[in-house]
Structure formats: C-alpha cells, structure tokens
Design a protein around this ligand. Structure first.
Ligand SMILES: [Fe+2]
Ligand SMILES: [Fe+2]
Length: 264
C-alpha cells in the first residue's frame, strides 16, 4: 500500500505572474507551460480511466491507493487549470486561440480513448505517463538539490511551488498506475510498447503547444527534446526494463520537505 495523502491545495496565483516565461531559458520555460496546458485534459483522463476500472481491482489496499491517486490528480489539474487561464491571459487572445486548438484536440483524443479503446490500452497509457513523469519529477528534484532548475535563481514563486508540489505528489503516488497495470494486465512487452506510444502521443501535444509558446516569445518555432531528459535519460530508460519497480526507487529527501509544507 502506498499510504498516500490527499492534500487539498489551492494556490494563490497573482494576476501578474513574472516567473512563468521570464526568458532566461525559453525552451525549458515553454516546455513546462505546454506541459501544464495538457494537465486539465490528461489528468481527468486518468481519473476517468481509473474510476472505470475500480470494480475490477480485487486487492482492497490497491483500490484504496487508486482512490487516493484520483484525489491527488484532481487537485493537480484544478490548480493547473487556474494558472493556465492566467498564463493564457498574459499571452493574449491570438496565442490563446492557437493553443486552444491543440487543447481541444487532446481532450477529444482522451475522451475517444475512454469511449472506444480497451482497458489495457488506457491502463498502459496511464502507466506510461506516470512512469515518465516519475522519472521527470525525480530528475527535477535531483537537479534542484544540485542547485539547478527549480529555485536555482533564488526565487520560488507560485509557479515553481505548483510544480514542486505536483512533482512531489507524482513521486509519492508513483507505484499506483504500475501496480494496477501489473494486477490487471501484467504483460511486460505491451507495457513497454504501450508506454512508448502513450508518451509519443502526449509529447506530440506538448511539442505543438511548445512551438506556439516559443513563437509567442520571439523564438524559433522548433521541436525540442524534453529538457529533463538531459539529466534524466538513464532513469527514464530504466522504466522500460522488465524488472522496473517504481516502489524500489530512492526519492530525494527534498520530496518529503516539500510535502511537509502542505496539510492534508
Ligand atoms: Fe498529477
Ligand atoms: Fe500522476
């Protein structure tokens, strides 16, 4: 049992955010904004997926973890949705309209996946996403502990706090999607190929939106490899091994420090 805590968190975001796209690292900044823009579609998709299979889970402790996982993801996307609205307001109507096309497309994809695709397809999508975000989150914390990335410029504003809280909870609930997949499906080859396909699908949406964001900042509208892969590549690649076990991963002590700041 993962012993998860559902923390009800409502960030206070100022109307004038100055730490979202400060222009210090346009590629890294636009990646995080694009990622945030997917959250109000991706996380509700995960929630719908797990709600639909809860009755199939015969392990009561795992079912309890799934309910807590749903509770955490619901908190995440609501905070992202609120800050996304502020960010798009700052970017202006034309940029927001361009982004909305990709948001609507992603939402339609996820609704279609729930309506038309198999349990196995949706569970491997969820696990592929969760394995990837766990690698990303763990890399972000290791970078922060080494004085890079989050908080490196001496600021730790609401945007960075949102990401730190979200990344910490992604690490906290890292075993749930994996354990559900193993409990109900459990085929390694399908996990590896399905995860790759899911991550490709997700990152195409991120990439499309990142290009819009880069152009809005006067940068070339180019494809970029996800910035966290620079330091997180081997950790990410290990998620595809047959013996991958997210429960055995060591988390950075900063994760508990961050989580201690948020009450249940
Ligand atoms: Fe999340
Ligand atoms: Fe998650």
């Amino acid at each position: 049992m993962a012993d998860l805590t559902v923390r009800k968190v409502k960030f206070e975001f100022p109307d004038e955010l100055d730490d979202v796209l400060p222009g210090v690292d346009p590629v890294g900044e636009s990646y995080l904004v694009a990622f945030s823009l997917t959250m109000p579609y991706l996380e509700p998709y995960l929630i719908r997926t797990y709600r639909s299979i809860l009755d199939d889970i015969t392990d009561e402790a795992l079912a309890a973890d799934v309910r807590d996982f749903i509770g955490q993801e619901a908190q995440h996307f609501q905070n992202h949705r609120r800050i996304n609205t502020i960010i798009k307001g700052q970017l202006g109507d034309d940029v927001a309209d361009e982004l909305q096309v990709f948001e609507d497309r992603l939402d339609a994809d996820y609704r279609r996946f729930n309506a038309e695709r198999s349990r196995r397809f949706n569970l491997v999508y969820a696990e592929g996403f969760e394995a990837m975000t766990c690698a990303m989150a763990m890399t972000m914390f290791d970078d922060a502990a080494a004085g890079e990335g989050m908080g490196a410029d001496g600021r730790f504003g609401p945007w960075q706090q949102l990401w730190a809280w979200h990344a910490a909870e992604e690490i906290e609930h890292r075993t749930v999607a994996f354990n559900v997949y193993e409990h109900l499906e459990g085929n390694w080859a399908y996990r590896a190929t399905g995860a790759l396909r899911a991550q490709g699908h997700f990152h195409r949406a991120v990439d499309n939106m990142q290009r819009v964001l880069l152009a809005s900042q006067g940068e070339p509208r180019k494809h970029h490899v996800p910035p966290w892969l620079r330091n997180g590549r081997s950790r990410y690649l290990r998620t595809f091994r047959p013996g991958y076990d997210p429960g055995a991963l060591e988390q950075n002590p900063l994760v508990d420090t961050i989580l201690a700041g948020y009450a249940a």
